[in-house]
Design a protein around this ligand. Structure first.
Ligand SMILES: NC(=O)C1=CN([C@@H]2O[C@H](COP(=O)(O)OP(=O)(O)OC[C@H]3O[C@@H](n4cnc5c(N)ncnc54)[C@H](OP(=O)(O)O)[C@@H]3O)[C@@H](O)[C@H]2O)C=CC1
Ligand SMILES: O=C(O)C1=N[C@H](C(=O)O)C[C@H](O)C1
Length: 249
């Protein structure tokens, strides 16, 4: 496949390596310095675009791909307030988009088991629950997209939690109400991404944790998603690609 990389930073560069290793060709690389080269003519040279850019630029990048008719994989986080509008425009215009807050196999297994665990813990009100995420200090958005997906999996399944709230440790201080799920964000040099769900009672804690050792899992997952999306029209999340099912267990 011919691939356009929108965002050529930490992720874009690793994605390039995996894509080339798998026999693909990079036909366009966009970063802040050459962003005027992101236009429909250039995008039409690509079979698929992969966006790992910035929360502020993602929406414009998505709509430029829609205009070009180029399917787009969106790894960028921090734009999900616009998700419904993007979904509607994608489906109405018969465009092609797949997004994920996290493309790694490990985290997608984690997302699935998190929901199962939440369903079980719904029965045990003596446990409170919170989510912690740790990322490098260059990260622009808080909470991480991954932590939001985890929190949504808990709020959907634990009746005593109705919404999530975010505290960035050292910047904001939150006093949560009982029906609020706290996501605590920590920023520590060079950490690729660590997510923990903690259920705490008077007598014990249950901790469920995913630690990324590097960015390779995210990058390979994004290339596999591009291969999966090739030839499809529609609006997808990474769940459509992994498709775990409790009846498989
Ligand atoms: N879904 C997932 O699995 C994962 C998602 N992410 C998300 O991906 C995004 C990128 O992460 P990361 O690679 O670490 O970040 P980086 O800051 O390393 O890279 C961002 C890139 O975007 C470029 N950029 C800036 N403005 C624009 C623009 N207007 N158009 C196109 N590109 C632009 C930057 O250019 P320049 O360097 O010139 O400023 C840079 O090349 C983040 O939102 C992050 O949360 C990260 C890892 C995994
Ligand atoms: O910015 C990052 O680095 C990461 N962002 C994604 C997120 O916001 O969840 C995925 C991963 O945790 C790394």
């Amino acid at each position: 496949m011919n691939i356009a990389l929108i965002g050529y930073g930490k992720m874009g560069r690793i994605i390039e390596q995996f894509a080339v290793d798998r026999g693909h060709h990079i036909v366009l690389k966009i970063d802040a310095d050459n962003r005027d080269e992101l236009n429909t003519d250039n995008l039409r040279k690509a079979d698929v675009a992969i966006d790992f850019s910035t929360p502020d630029s993602a929406i414009n990048n998505i709509y430029t791909c829609f205009d070009a008719g180029t399917p787009i994989i969106v790894g960028t986080t921090g734009w999900y307030g616009q998700l419904q509008r993007v979904k509607d425009d994608c489906l109405n215009g018969k465009k092609s988009l797949l997004y994920a807050s996290n493309f790694s196999v490990g985290v997608n297994v984690f997302f699935f088991v998190n929901k199962v665990l939440a369903k079980i813990m719904d029965r045990y009100p003596q446990y409170d629950v919170q989510v912690e995420e740790i990322h490098h200090t260059k990260k622009l958005d808080s909470p991480s997209g991954t932590a939001m997906t985890i929190a949504e999996g808990i709020v959907e399944n634990v009746e005593r939690k109705n919404e999530w709230v975010n505290e960035v440790v050292g910047q904001t201080e939150i006093i949560t109400k009982p029906d609020q799920l706290l996501i605590e964000s920590h920023r520590i040099e060079e950490v690729p991404g660590t997510h923990t769900v903690i259920y705490s009672s008077e007598v014990d804690d249950i901790e469920f944790k995913h630690t990324a050792h590097n960015r390779a899992g995210f990058a390979l997952g994004a290339v596999l998603a591009a291969e999966w999306l090739n030839g499809k029209t529609g609006f997808y999340s990474v769940k459509d690609m992994f498709d775990f099912n409790i009846s498989d267990i």
